[in-house]
Design a binder for this molecule. Sequence first.
Ligand SMILES: [Zn+2]
Length: 85
Amino acid sequence: MKGVDKMECPKCGRKCFEGVVKSEQAGRLFSEGTMLTWTPEYEKKSVIKKDKLNLKKTGSGYYCQFCEKVYATFELSEIQSIFQG
Ligand SMILES: [Zn+2]
């Protein structure tokens, strides 16, 4: 994954600082059962999300200090496939 650390901000094009993004224990709101998921835009408001992907809870994050945003990449927690037509 060398070379990815030169990630540029998709918004302003400046160089981002590489780091780690993860879900952490925060009081009682997070528990061992906490999941990190990705949902496609068309299912964003659906109650039942069948095309959801489960992600690993730790990923690479790229922070842009000018936009004050973090862009992150997460690997899938297991082999999953959607969009099979
Ligand atoms: Zn930026």
